[in-house]
Design a protein around this ligand. Structure first.
Ligand code: AMP
Length: 423
């Protein structure tokens, strides 16, 4: 056992896994751009109060999961447990409300939650987060879900399903809440201890508790979609129609509530559509029509979602999906002898700047070892700079497929390679 280990629930991402991370970030960035999102980076630390107010005081995230600290100056900060309140803060603080709306922002980075350790659940995990601020049209809810499916498609991930629900708004939810209170009145003592607390402060959460006895009780609960106001009802119907139109797979899940205070109307999660994926949502989000005002902005709508990148990558690996981002070098530079070695450093720089894609293995000294490496990396050409070539200001171009060799002046080598590549 090494003397020091990464903090519990946190992990190193090793070079061998970086191809997956590079690929997913690249796909997310490309598609975010296609769908009109601007890239926003926010600090990893934020004021604790932002999440108490934004995410909600009685949510699991705020009650149990934040990594909070007090700075030397006495500020109460926390490692962000999610993006949305931070993005809205940045939107308001930087005057982005002056831009034409909707304002579409996406972010990439770690979030921190002090969660119980479980498969696919980390205390530091990575999210791609998307927010659309200032638009209440249901087409945007559907388009965000479509964006997730486009990202998944580009990663080769299939068999995924959207779970979707509407949890109403400040007009219809109080009425539904009253129905829940009366439904649970006689059943309180049969709930798990968490739910007994939730029954007082975060009633909707009773619907998605994972404890068997609470699931059983929730089976007979009145469903919120039967009690939506006209506005929420027609909004939800439109979202579903758009999903149908785009042939996006979904199921209605009347128990999906998402657990955070700010959601209104549409809530959704996207899951692998198979048995073993049951505990692992890949993405989740929804509409938050009251949050911007709550954080000090105008009374305007918003909708957003976050993708869990760790889980996406785990699924890509579990399903053995090939990810091809490692570009093969075109050239492998081989150096032999003292003079060849000396000159190769400068040449490597010139080749690198030419944009041709160059690799080398300066610490290996034999021709055989370097050729083997060139072959393994899949280089098109090996350039051989030996003692003789270094003295003559020449270099050998070796075609790695045919093994044919040609000696050319050193000053012409880049032009020669480019010419051969054109053929
Ligand atoms: P949430 O808004 O909490 O549903 O988070 C959105 C997505 O982020 C989830 O669907 C997960 O894919 C991912 N996620 C959230 N928390 C974690 C975690 N602790 N470990 C790994 N992934 C997470």
């Amino acid at each position: 056992m090494p003397k020091f280990q990464a903090p519990k629930g946190m992990r190193d991402i090793l070079p061998e896994d970086q191809v997956y991370w590079e690929k997913i970030k690249q796909v997310v960035k490309n598609l975010a751009k296609d769908y009109g999102f601007g890239f926003l980076e926010t600090p990893i630390l934020e004021e604790v109060d932002l999440f108490i107010k934004g995410t909600g005081q009685y949510t699991d995230i705020v009650e149990k999961e934040m990594y909070s600290l007090r700075t030397k100056g006495g500020d109460q900060l926390t490692l962000r447990p999610e993006f949305t309140p931070a993005v809205i803060r940045a939107y308001l603080e930087n005057g982005l409300s002056r831009l034409p709306h909707p304002v579409k922002l996406f972010s990439l980075g770690p979030i921190f939650r002090y969660e119980r350790k479980q498969k696919g659940r980390y205390r530091q995990s990575y999210q791609a987060n998307f927010e659309v601020i200032g638009e209440k049209d249901p087409i945007l809810d559907a388009q965000l879900i479509q964006l997730f499916f486009s990202i998944s498609k580009d990663l080769g991930l299939k068999n995924l399903i959207t779970q979707i629900n509407s949890i109403g708004c400040s007009r219809c939810r109080p009425n539904y809440r009253r129905m829940l209170v009366s439904f649970y009145r006689s059943k309180k003592k049969h709930l798990c201890s968490d739910c007994q607390k939730r029954a007082q402060r975060n009633l909707l959460r009773l619907l998605d508790c994972k404890e068997l006895k609470c699931i059983k009780i929730a089976e007979n609960v009145p469903q919120i979609i039967d009690h939506l106001c006209d506005d929420c009802h027609s909004h939800f119907r439109s979202v579903l129609e758009y999903l149908d139109e785009m042939e996006i797979p979904y199921i209605l899940n009347p128990h999906l509530v998402r657990g955070l205070d700010y959601y209104t109307k549409t809530v959704f999660e996207i899951w692998p559509d198979d048995e073993e994926g049951r505990q692992i949502a890949l993405a989740g989000g929804g509409r938050y029509d009251g949050l911007i005002k709550l954080l000090g902005g105008k009374d305007m709508s918003g909708v957003g979602f976050a993708i869990g990148l760790d889980r996406m990558i785990n699924l890509i690996q579990e399903r053995s999906i090939k990810i091809n981002t490692r570009t093969k070098p075109i050239i492998f530079l081989i150096q032999l002898g003292e003079l060849g070695k000396k000159k190769s450093l400068k040449l490597f720089e010139e080749l690198r700047r030419s944009g041709l894609g160059v690799a080398s293995s300066f610490s290996r000294n034999t021709m055989q070892a370097q050729l083997k490496r060139a072959d393994k990396m899949g280089a098109r050409f090996a350039l051989i700079l030996g003692q003789k070539e270094a003295l003559d200001e020449t270099i050998i171009i070796r075609d790695m497929n045919s093994s044919s060799q040609e000696t050319v002046p050193l000053s012409k080598v880049i032009a020669k390679i480019k010419k051969r590549l054109k053929k």
